[in-house]
Design a protein around this ligand. Structure first.
Ligand SMILES: Nc1ncnc2c1ncn2[C@@H]1O[C@H](COP(=O)(O)OP(=O)(O)OP(=O)(O)O)[C@@H](O)[C@H]1O
Ligand SMILES: [Mg+2]
Length: 278
């Protein structure tokens, strides 16, 4: 029998977000979802970029293999109501309804679009963990902070960091636990060594200033792209699902994906999410 003193806090909600398109949100989201499934956890996925439907398509392709571990999955399209206040209320209600259906699970992986939508804002405010992949260049860094192009000095937070800050405030007011924000560099190896080092230094400085952790990133690997189309992840290679034979770069990629999952799970233990959360 379950101990009555142990109140369940509901699943840990892990949101993949960044207002920049093509930074690796959906790629990282499926690696983490399947990695957690393969560790034996009960996982749900939620596609809030349902118009593009990258995550949903991935799951359809995955299902077709048969016999692979699958998450419980859902997708939400933005409300089509014309009145913006009514549309926002409808989006919030849809999100809460779907999340409450995931109550008995351990993790909810939420993929968000690469632009600012009401659904994405509401999901950010519900994130226990927020994972922001950024391409390894100062072009993407610009989303987090304004940087002096000559000296590389950080001048202040910029658009996406402000959005996260607003959601953090909102969540604190509603009595939720703080958002554990993780920034991960993606497609490493793409840029030259000097740029890589400068990015590392700038991220470490910014992490202290605006409050995020830097997780190990993903290298630039063709396999991430190839596997995605077939509905597989690096964690499925070598299993009955087939796919390409395991090569060195796949082992390295799998190691990167594992390190990201470990970094997510190493985050602070939650003390329950208020059901009145925004
Ligand atoms: N580490 C990587 N190595 C190689 N290709 C990658 C890597 N990460 C992502 N890609 C590729 O880059 C493209 C964009 O990635 P993805 O779809 O995950 O980004 P996204 O942030 O979800 O984009 P959007 O904002 O449009 O939803 C995809 O074709 C993906 O396969
Ligand atoms: Mg995407």
């Amino acid at each position: 029998m379950l101990s009555s003193s142990k109140k369940t806090a509901g699943p840990r909600i892990i949101v993949f977000g960044n207002e920049k398109g093509g930074s690796g949100k959906s790629t990282a989201a499926v690696q983490v979802a399947v990695g957690l499934l393969r560790r034996g956890h009960a996982v749900a996925t939620l596609d809030l970029d349902a118009r593009q439907g990258t995550l949903s398509r991935y799951l359809t392709n995955r299902e077709a293999h048969g016999g692979l571990p699958m998450p419980v999955s859902s997708a939400i399209l933005p409300s089509s109501l014309e009145n913006s206040a009514e549309a926002a209320a409808a989006d919030k209600a849809s999100l809460e309804a779907v999340l409450s259906g995931f109550e008995g699970l351990e993790y909810v992986i939420v993929d968000t679009p690469g632009n600012d939508t009401e659904l994405s804002r509401r999901a950010h405010a519900r994130a226990d963990t927020l994972v922001t992949p950024i391409n390894d260049s100062f072009v993407d860094f610009d989303l987090l902070a304004r940087v002096d192009p000559k000296t590389r000095r950080i001048l202040g937070p910029s658009v996406y960091a402000e959005l996260v800050w607003e959601r953090r405030k909102e969540r604190a007011l509603a009595g939720g636990s703080p958002i554990d924000w993780i920034v991960m560099r993606n497609r490493l190896g793409h840029s030259e060594a000097r740029n890589k080092r400068e990015m590392g230094d700038a991220l470490a400085e910014l992490a202290k200033r605006i409050g995020f952790r830097v997780a190990p990133g993903f290298g630039e690997r063709v396999i991430f792209r190839e596997l995605f189309l077939s509905g597989l992840t690096l964690f499925d290679l070598g299993s009955a699902a087939g796919g390409p034979a395991l090569a060195m770069s796949h082992v390295a990629g799998r190691h990167e994906a594992r390190a990201l999952i470990d970094a997510i799970l190493a985050g602070p233990v939650r003390h329950g999410t208020a059901s009145t959360a925004p």
